[in-house]
Structure formats: structure tokens, C-alpha cells
Design a protein around this ligand. Sequence first.
Ligand code: AMP
Ligand code: ZN
Length: 481
Amino acid sequence: MTDTPLKLFNSLTRQLEDFQPVHEGEARVYTCGPTVYNYPHIGNMRAYVFADVLGRTLSWRGYKLTHIINITDVGHLTDDGDAGEDKLEKMAATQKQSIWDIAEHYTQAFKADVKALNIREPAQWSLATDYIAEMIDFAKSIEAKHCYQLDSGLYFDVSTVEDYGRLARAVTEEGEGRIDTVEGKRNAADFAIWRTTPAGESRQMEWDSPWGRGAPGWHLECSVMGGKLLGFPFDIHTGGIDHREIHHPNEIAQNQAYCGCGGLDDAAHSGAKIWMHNNFLVERSGKMSKSSGEFLRLQLLIDKGYHPLAYRMMCLQAHYRSELEFSWEGLGAALTRLKRMVMAVQPLREVESAATDYPKFAPALAKFQDAMADDLNTAIALTALEDALATKKVDAGIKRAVVERMDAVLGLGLLDLARTDLRIRPKDAVISEAEIEDALERRKGARVEKDFATSDAIRDELAAKGVEAMDGDPMGWEWKL
Ligand code: AMP
Ligand code: ZN
């Protein structure tokens, strides 16, 4: 299909590298999943839109994709040092609920966002709590050479593996932002792989282990599920850029210990050949932190009347390695762009796709392929799609086939969206859509009759309810709340 090699940025080597699968014809990808102690914010969802685009690109290039996303339902502490509380235990205590119910509720909320954003389901959602026995076995197998026990649990000694922290490119030997919070640690960067419940206390989630009753460390979960479900080394490990600093270096150290392999000049010793990280979605007033009271959820965007795929479009307009600033204006612009595309594909909706060769579309397709092969440059790929849509005097079936091919990667669902789906309709609007349509219909009738008094009266009536009738708008919004 294409000769352009797929180049991906490997955070471990800080270089673009050609994707060369470990297993011929296959692509195995592990993505760090959400910590389900609260709703995901739209920044979190950027991480999964990115992983989805990666997965779609690999599928599109013909690889048999196995994508795993885990659900962190235990182990992620409120502090990246080891002194914090488990985020889920803390939420369960505040809400006076069972931790299992909390995890279930927020897992469902996450999956609803996944669906709304057209993110493909992974081959498996793996729940950390389903792998406790495997985690204990893993820890047992590395304990003698790499770990030591303190009252608070089993700790990993980072000096026992080569090149610890290379992924983070830490400037000090302790690593960035690390706090030596636990008494008795040999190195500041050492981390708990098993957290023993303090004597006289109990946790809602705890299991027996050789190191006492307790719970696994967060980093251990991902090492175990990645290795178990995909086999070491697998192809690609993804996560948000914050994971480059602590979570992933710690996963890598555990993987090196487990595999009994050497330094990271050979990236595969880390457990995965390529480590990829999406940059953050930021918001000026700080509404992107799940642990702060108010934060931006996808549902808030929907309640304000924006179609969730406008947010996907917003993500695609930026390169995944660039920081992206959220603003309502930006979201509005992304929605308008999406609507333009949907209007352009409207005439293709009923057409049969004709997958022949596409000489007229060759430049747009080549541009698209090159953009995606260039470390998933979706911003350019979108313009290639627009080039294709703007191509005139072409067979509609062929055009449809081209749109289908490009959208299989971008995942905007263009052929399934109707222009009217993209209307901005806030949840708290005082007038229903049916009433608006009805009023506009009556107004159209009055205008045909040249009864301008009635037509103006209806317009004023709508205006009083916050609806602006948009006559002759080329974007075909027709009305606006
Ligand atoms: P968490 O639920 O906190 O474990 O995070 C889920 C995913 O979202 C992880 O891959 C994080 O790195 C990522 N993430 C967290 N905050 C942001 C943000 N503001 N923008 C993009 N990704 C983020
Ligand atoms: Zn992880």
C-alpha cells in the first residue's frame, strides 16, 4: 500500500525510529489506563485519542493489532513518592462507599467517554485487581536480586539495574521531583512494589503475600499485565508525558530485572521496543486536575452543547507531542471544521463505495500517508482529507472510498454524522429542538406567503428564547442558541 516507513518517536532514545514489529505482521501495544477513582478529564482522554490513532494507523498499515489498555483499580497513590494514600481508598473513604463500587462506577464513566470519542475498544481491558496472583509471582521472581523489605513493604533497589531512569533523562541521580519520603530506602528513587498494610490497620483492597497482607505498587501492575498479555518485549508502550518521569522508568527497571537483561542501549531490554508519550492538554485556570474540585469532563462539553467528536477533532489538529491548550473558542473552531467536513461528505452518504484506483486522489492520499507515517502527523493528515473532499469532477463512489480510508485512521465517523448532529444544543436550553424546527417551518410558510409581519414575529419569539435564526448561512447551521 505504501512504501513510506512508519516513523515513530521513541521517548527512550529521543529519536524517530522506523517501526519494525517484534512479531512479523503484528503490532502489540500497551497503554496505561485510567485510575478509576474519579471521572476522567478531557486531558486524560487526549491520551486515549492518541493511543487510538496509533492503533488505527497500525491496523491501516496492515498489522494485526493487539492493543491492551488496563484499568488501574488499585495501587495508584496520591503522591508519586511512596508516602501517599491509595487514590481509590481515599475516594471510597470520603464518599463512604465500597471501593469496588467506586471503581466500577468510574470505569463505566471512562468507557462512555471512550465510546463518545470514537476510540476503538482494545483487545482487552485488563483490570489490575484481576492480576494480583501474577503480580506476587513477578515480585517473588525478582525479590532476591533486586528488592529489600521495610516495614511498609517490599522495595525495588534501582541501583540493581543498568541505566535506571534513562527514559526520564533525570538531571540528578535521584531523578526529577522525587522526595525521599520513606525511611530506610537505600536510594531516593527506590519504590514500593508491594505495600504492606500497617499493623492494626486494614484496607478495603488487600491481599495476602509473602511480605504481609497488603496491595501491589502501581508500577508493578503495568509490568505484569504488559508482560503477561503481550509478552516481553512487545512493540509499543504508551502513556501521557507525566509517565516518562516516574511510572515508566520504574516499570522499565522491573522489566529489566524480570527479564534478567542488561542496559537500555538495546531498547527491547526495557520490555517494549518503543515508548511513546502524548503531551498534555492544558487549561489556563487549572481545570485539568482530577484531584482538584472542578475539572473539565467530556460530559461538560456535551452539556454545553458540543458534539464530543469536536473534541476529538481538536486533539487531531495538534501533534500528539505538542502541548495543546484547551479553550471554548478552540473547541468551537474544531466543531466548525468538523461540520464543514460533514457537509462535504453529505452527498456521499448514500453512494456505494467504489474501491478502484484513485488517480485524481493520488496526491491527497500520498500526502495523507506520508503525514501519518511521519510520527502520526494528524494535523497535516486532516488537510489531506480536506484536499480530497475539495477534489472536483470525480466519481462519488471513489471519493467515498477515499474518505472511508482516511477516516478509518482519523476516526471522526464522518459518514455517520449528520449536519444536524453538530448543532450546538446546551442541555439547559429553555426551548426544545422540535419547537425550534416547528417555529422555523411556520416562519418559512409565512415568508412564502410574503407575510413578513408574521415572519418577523416568529423570529422575535425565537430570539426571546435565545434562538437566533440564521438565514442564508453558508454553513447551514439554520439556527443558533
Ligand atoms: P490517570 O487516570 O491519572 O492514571 O491518567 C490517565 C492518562 O492520562 C495517563 O496516560 C496520563 O499520563 C494522562 N494524562 C493525565 N493528565 C493529562 C493531560 N492534562 N493531558 C493529556 N494526558 C494526560
Ligand atoms: Zn501504567
